[in-house]
Structure formats: C-alpha cells, structure tokens
Write a protein that binds this ligand. Structure first.
Ligand code: PEP
Length: 254
C-alpha cells in the first residue's frame, strides 16, 4: 500500500506576508488530512526558513524546488547544496522540473546527479519526468521518459529507493490542459513497468505523482487511478482552499 503524497510547488511566487496568510489557511484545514496523506509544500529557497519555522508543530513536510548537483561546499555561486537544505529543515526536494530542463537547459545527467546528491544528504527527491507535446505527437514519449529514468538508473538503481517520481506532461503544466485520467494512468503504468525491469520491489513501492493543471475538480478522478499515488501541484497550491480540496481528494482515494 503506497501512502498518497500531495506536494505544492509554489514556484517563484509570493512574499513573506502572502506566505504567512497561505500557511495560516493550510494549517487550519490540513491537520486531519495529514493523518492519511503526506502533504508537502515547496516554497522558493529564500522563504524555506520562514515556512520551516511556521510548520514546526505541523505534520506538513518542507520541500525545496531545486538543489545543486554538487555535494561538497565550494565555488558555485547561486547554488544551494542538499546538505544546506537538510540543515534548514527540508525533507524533500523537487529535481528536474520541466521549467528547469527546458527553460534552463538541465540535462538528464545533471538531474540524475541531483537525485544522488539529495539522497546522500537524506532528502527525498521528487524526480520530475515528462514529454513535450511534440514528443508525444511524434511517438517519442516513451523513449523520452525512459531516457530520463535511465540516467538515474545508470548511477545505481538504489537511487530510486524512497525516491518519488512525478509524471508531468510538459504540455499540461500551467496550461489548464490536463492529461485525462486514462492518459496519465497509461504513462504511470509504463514508468512502473520500466522500473520493474530493474527491480520489482522498487517498482511496486515507488510513489508516482501526476502533475499538470491538477485542480479540485479533476484531482479525484486522477488520484483514483491505480498507479497514481498523488499529485505535484503548481498553480492550485497557491490557494489554501484549492490545495486543501486536492489533498482531501487524495485522502478519499486512500
Ligand atoms: C508544476 O509546476 O509542477 C505544475 C504541475 O504546475 P500546474 O499545476 O500549475 O500545472
């Protein structure tokens, strides 16, 4: 039985006051849901400390949106290491989000190194994978996603132990277009089958989230699918009401 996880990716949004208000809204409503669903929030790096302090008496999990692939301290201006994230109270970190892969040129190999760096520091990576619309339409979806997974496998299959995968079709992120539950399930099952070729146990246990325009009105049908273990939520995680409703949908599914 895989415990559902819903993670909010706040991206580059907010300020200390809006975050204070958002957290106050979440803390009131999420306490009970957290009994059966893991709920994480991933604020911008500069607000991690503020959010971590605010979550001290809460079951909510603190996550970051990115991590350096470099493990040791050093001359990497602007970077933040996994040890630093751990030190400030993070338990999770998103790696390989499509906005970094496609907007900032992160390669599969770099993303795989980030997974390793995160695990080494004791953080749970949320590894994002997914295809562009053009890749789907030209029949390359499977090979693209398998390539993203394979880069991590090449550094050791054990890197998937405890790791979370988020399937995020790039064409569905922030666009209002959601993969249908059937489309998403097909890819989630494909990811699980690919991993099963290397380790049945890991494939069975790993949580695979769906991300891409998840809203309160579609979360329930997505989360009800057999291989969908929760969601990575962008825009809707900035509204306490919407995020709570999405977490509730994961709870009912479980
Ligand atoms: C995301 O950024 O990971 C995401 C899924 O965004 P949205 O929910 O806004 O599509």
């Amino acid at each position: 039985m895989r415990r559902p996880l819903v993670a909010g990716n706040w991206k580059m949004n907010g300020n200390s006051e809006s975050i204070r208000v958002l957290l106050a809204g979440l803390e009131n409503t999420l306490a009970e849901i957290c009994q059966s669903v893991d709920v994480a929030v991933c604020p911008p790096h500069v607000y991690l400390d503020q959010v971590g302090r605010s979550l001290q008496d809460s079951e909510m999990i603190l996550g970051a949106q990115d991590v350096s692939r470099h493990v040791e301290d050093g001359a990497y201006t602007g970077e933040c290491s996994a040890n630093m994230l751990k030190d400030i109270g993070c338990s999770m970190v998103i790696v390989g989000h499509s906005e970094r892969r496609h907007g900032l040129g992160e390669t599969n190999d770099w993303v795989a190194e980030k997974v390793v760096a995160a695990r080494k520091a004791g953080l749970t990576p949320i590894l994002c994978v997914g295809e562009l619309l053009e890749e789907r339409e030209t029949g390359r979806m499977q090979s693209v996603i398998e390539g993203q997974l394979q880069a991590v496998i090449d550094l050791g299959m054990e890197n998937f132990e405890g790791t979370v995968i988020a399937y995020e079709p790039v064409w569905a992120i922030g666009t209002g277009k959601t993969a249908s539950p059937e489309q998403a399930q097909e890819v989630h099952a494909m990811i699980r089958a690919y991993l099963a070729g290397f380790s049945q146990g890991i494939a069975q246990d790993i949580r695979i989230l769906y991300g891409g325009s998840v809203k309160p009105d579609n979360a329930g049908t997505l989360f009800a699918m057999q291989d969908i273990d929760g969601g990575l939520i962008g825009g809707a995680s900035l509204s306490a009401d919407d995020f709570t409703a999405i977490c509730q949908a994961a709870c009912q599914d479980g």
